[in-house]
Design a protein around this ligand. Structure first.
Ligand code: C5P
Length: 438
């Protein structure tokens, strides 16, 4: 079981006797596949050394907000942004109070404010401190902000008291961390997703292609899986491992991609109906392919200073899927270098999409090969003055962007009474047309 594969967990350790349990927790998180970075308060270092946690996490431990060397290696904002989940365990009463108040007077609390991913605290304190109304009010504040509270457990405490306030065991905490990534937003939904570049053969050794890394599509496949969907990922040639429990189909050319997409969508619709099927097109499909693929390697002649290629148009896969009578919910992507939003809106309407996510690939800090992205998403919404809804997703890791895209997608799915039921053949109520929403 590796339920935390590829997940970045930032573990905040605060001062309390239970800090020794963070050593075991790091092991459990790594056993579950997570990458772990640790940030400690000054008080925590009186209970367990940074060196121990460094050895167990395999990463330098972060302790000081004003350490220029540490900041040069991985600055606190970068560390906060790196985290898919920031878990403070053990969380002392003092740390909980500072987090609830938004105080940023050390590295841990500063990272907490700067973190955009999921957040959790695992309280550990004396039972009287736990029961104090101030502690409970602080925890309510954190819960209202979407922070998960893990435990505490009850029993005999280090001080000899008996009651609530014990840090949960490491194995329980690791399980709860994994649960944070299972949203259930796409339970009963089938997702067919295209990713990566296509390669269009010129001859047996050469091809036309592009710089797509496939990272955004793979992150999205994983996020859909986490949200409970059954996922078929149709991938062009990329160097990425297949996300767990995702079915992968490898293709090379745009024509292969169309055939694989049609097959996967037909199978998905047969299983759950078009209203519970989603097609996501992140692939960077070559718009044209050579009209003729040479059977042998094309040779250059001594006098050939130029070579002319005739290219023919490839099928538009996402538009083909959107044109099906049994169309699923269709989401496209638009990578542009200029007039990004205008082109995206145009494609939304022209390709009859239900959603489009666009990004500016002229920016060097996001896009094709980067681990980060920033996007603007549009969808048809007749109730809005412009006829389109719009959501802006600020720069974040592709994993975090993928989760936000899943939430936007889930919101566009019809209500789920029909979840898991295939439509009756020809039942028009099961068919969604983009025009209805425009
Ligand atoms: O037209 P453009 O390539 O900019 O459109 C981008 C969107 O269309 C992406 O979602 C891409 O996966 C999809 N697309 C496609 N088949 C093509 C070209 C683009 O599915 N031949």
């Amino acid at each position: 079981m590796a339920r935390l594969t590829h997940k970045h967990i930032l573990l905040g350790v605060t001062g309390g006797i239970a800090a020794y349990k963070s050593a075991e927790l790091i092991r459990r998180l790594r056993d579950a596949g997570a990458e772990v970075q640790v940030v400690m308060t000054e008080a925590a270092q009186s209970f367990i050394t940074p060196l121990t946690l460094q050895a167990l996490s395999g990463n330098p431990v972060h302790v000081d907000l004003l350490d220029p060397t540490a900041e040069a290696a991985m600055g606190h904002i970068e560390l906060a942004r790196w985290a898919d989940l920031f878990l403070v365990a053990p969380a002392s009463a003092d740390a909980i109070a500072r987090l609830a108040q938004g105080i940023a007077n050390d590295l841990l609390t500063t990272c907490w404010l700067a973190a955009a991913g999921k957040k959790a605290v695992a309280p550990a304190m004396n039972q009287q401190m736990w029961a104090d109304p101030a502690t409970q009010a602080n925890l309510d504040t954190l819960r209202q902000r979407g922070v998960a509270v893990f435990g505490p457990g009850a029993g005999v405490q280090a001080c000899g008291d008996v009651g609530a306030g014990r840090l949960l065991e490491a194995v329980e905490l690791a399980g709860l961390c994994a649960d944070q990534f299972q949203s259930g937003q796409l339970t009963g939904v089938e997702v067919v997703l295209t990713a990566g570049p296509t390669r269009e053969a010129l001859d047996p050794v050469r091809y036309l292609s592009n710089h797509s890394s496939g990272k955004m599509g793979f992150a999205l496949a994983e996020a859909c899986r986490e949200a409970g969907a059954r996922v078929t990922l149709i991938a062009g040639p990329v160097h990425l491992p297949t996300p767990e429990r995702v079915q992968r189909v490898d293709i090379t050319s745009a024509c292969d991609l169309l055939a694989a997409s049609e097959t996967a969508v037909t199978q998905a619709v047969a299983r759950v109906g078009s209203a519970r099927t989603v097609f996501i097109a992140t692939a960077a499909v070559a718009d044209y392919r050579p009209a003729r693929v040479a059977g042998q390697k094309i040779k250059k002649g001594d006098k050939d200073d130029t070579l002319e290629l005739t290219l023919i148009r490839n099928p538009d896969i996402v538009a083909s899927i959107a044109a099906r009578a049994d169309r699923p919910l269709v989401m496209g992507f638009a990578a542009e270098t200029h007039a990004v939003e205008d082109y995206a809106r145009d494609k939304l309407a022209r390709k009859r999409l239900d959603l489009i996510a666009c990004n500016d690939v002229s920016r060097s800090d996001i896009g094709f090969q980067s681990d980060d992205n920033a996007m603007v998403v549009f969808w048809p919404d007749a109730a809005l003055p412009a006829g389109v809804g719009r959501a802006e997703l600020a720069k974040a890791s592709k994993t975090q962007i993928a989760r936000q895209l899943v939430s936007l997608l889930a919101a566009r799915l019809p209500a789920s009474e029909s979840a898991g039921h295939a439509p009756a053949p020809g039942d028009p109520s099961q068919t969604r047309h983009a025009d209805e929403q425009l």
